[in-house]
Unconditional design. Structure first.
Length: 104
């Protein structure tokens, strides 16, 4: 794992600032593929943690059996955008989740 730290002699954090400015999270509604597993799906959620990890939730389309598949979270740096039209929803009248949050 790679961590950005300030220069110890000068306390210069410009490397960290430049890294954060250059980072762009995957855009929701676009289709992405995980470079490691080949898993692909539409980005429907994104989260960023205090520890520096940013992840995107990919949901695949309905399988050949007609069943809904669960989504998976992937580190953003593992994702590549695929050529597919962006999915957009008008949530003005009915904002909210499409199903309840997972429970342990």
């Amino acid at each position: 794992m790679f961590f950005l730290r300030p220069n110890r002699q000068t306390n210069d954090t410009s490397g960290l600032r430049n890294h954060l400015q250059a980072y762009t999270a995957p855009a929701l509604g676009f289709t992405y593929r995980d470079r490691i597993t080949g898993y692909s799906g539409i980005a429907i959620g994104h989260c960023a943690y205090l520890t520096g990890c940013s992840q995107t939730l990919l949901i695949p389309k309905i399988g050949a059996d007609g069943k809904r598949q669960d989504g998976e979270w992937f580190d953003d740096q593992r994702l590549e955008q695929l050529e597919a039209p962006r999915i957009s929803l008008n949530n003005g009248a009915t904002p909210g989740c499409d199903r309840a949050a997972p429970k342990r």
